[in-house]
Design a protein around this ligand. Structure first.
Ligand code: KG4
Ligand code: ZN
Length: 336
């Protein structure tokens, strides 16, 4: 049997990416063009600027991905594209490119949910075993997702306010770090100690929900009051205290979910899965607290937005014959 080769396109936020994925798990190429430098001076992603960059980059990424994979359009099985959630203008560029390519080469078009892509980044690392639990932590989402089988998503808990990545970015701004500040704050945290003991919201509540806005406010108030008194607080200790609170809550609730649901694997996914504190804590605690549950955390390059994960998720959709017609539209608020 011939290999299945999927050309995948991702453009939901500020990364233009095209990948070629073989049989749902092997990366033949994964080109990622980041625009982050263009957004940094604005302190966040500017949608109009993002769309323009996607227009400039998409064809180059597409050509690079095919060339690096040494694949011709006639070798491909299907074209996959992220159709939500994300910025509407950004999504539409990827969708237009994927449609044009699929139409020109008479290939099926597979619509992919960006968050499903983050979860399926794990399949690029190890075979998945169900049921599994996914902790999805990104700039826009914080969710615990139970998957009884491929392509089935049950959200058992989620944030009631800010996403974890959003809290990192807002707090980083107060510390004068550039956007997105998760990575730098994580590095600072490793140089400090949890001296401020911020609240651990909802940690003892009997559910799998999260809340990070109180932590953000506590952080902002502390820094504001210190500034008014002319006191200088240690950035390292502030970062370490913030991170300790986030990691305590994320890991406690995730481990409890692994104890209460019949899962074989825990997948940690999304941009915040790059967090060293979270990775270290789960690697240490999970085998102790829930032996037998395997932890899968994708390598850093597959935690952030990329098209390889979209190709991996598309494999599951293609197996179910979930293809789209050429009137596929962007769904900015798409849920799992
Ligand atoms: O998944 P992603 O690349 O984009 C979205 O779909 O949102 O996630 C981006 C988020 C940003 O908020 C960024 O600050 C955060 O992931 N992030 C981190 C780390 N690296 C990236 N947060 C905490 N620690 C990190 N090491
Ligand atoms: Zn993402």
């Amino acid at each position: 049997m011939n290999s299945e080769l999927i050309l995948a396109v991702e453009s939901s936020c500020d990364e233009t990416s095209v990948a070629v994925i073989k049989d749902g798990h092997e990366i033949l190429s994964n080109i990622v063009a980041s625009q982050i430098k263009s957004h940094q001076r604005f302190g966040g992603v500017v949608p109009e600027v993002a769309s323009r960059h996607h227009v400039e980059q998409i064809t180059l990424c597409l050509e690079d991905a095919l060339e690096k994979a040494q694949v011709k359009p006639t070798d491909l099985t299907a074209v996959a594209v992220t159709y939500g959630p994300g910025l509407v203008g950004s999504l539409l560029i990827g969708i237009a490119a994927a449609k044009a390519f699929a139409w020109a080469h008479q290939l099926p078009l597979i619509p992919v949910n960006h968050m499903a892509g983050h979860i399926y980044a794990a399949r690029l690392v190890k075979p998945l075993e169900f049921p599994l639990l996914a902790l999805l932590v990104s700039g826009g989402h914080t969710e615990l997702v139970y998957m009884a089988e491929d392509g089935h998503y049950e959200i058992i808990g989620e944030t009631r306010d800010d996403a974890a990545g959003e809290a990192y970015d807002k707090v980083g701004r107060i510390l004068g770090l550039s956007y997105p500040s998760g990575k730098e704050l994580d590095q600072l945290a490793h140089l400090g100690k949890d001296t401020f003991h911020f609240p651990r919201a909802m940690i003892h509540e009997n559910n799998y929900d999260f809340s990070f806005s109180g932590l953000k406010s506590a952080f902002i108030n502390l820094v504001h009051n210190a500034n008014q008194k002319g006191e200088k607080l240690s950035k390292e200790n502030l970062a370490a205290s913030f991170q300790a609170s986030v990691v305590d809550v994320l890991s406690a609730k995730t481990i409890r979910a692994c104890q209460n649901w019949p899962v074989k694997q825990l997948v940690v996914a999304g941009g915040v899965a790059a967090n060293q504190g979270l990775r270290e804590r789960l690697a240490k605690e999970l085998p102790k607290e829930v032996p037998g549950v395997e932890l899968i955390v994708p390598p850093l390059r597959l935690c952030g937005d990329n098209a390889a994960m979209i190709g991996a998720a598309a494999h599951v959709e293609l197996a179910k014959r979930h293809t789209a017609s050429f009137d596929l539209n962007a769904k900015p608020g798409l849920a799992l």
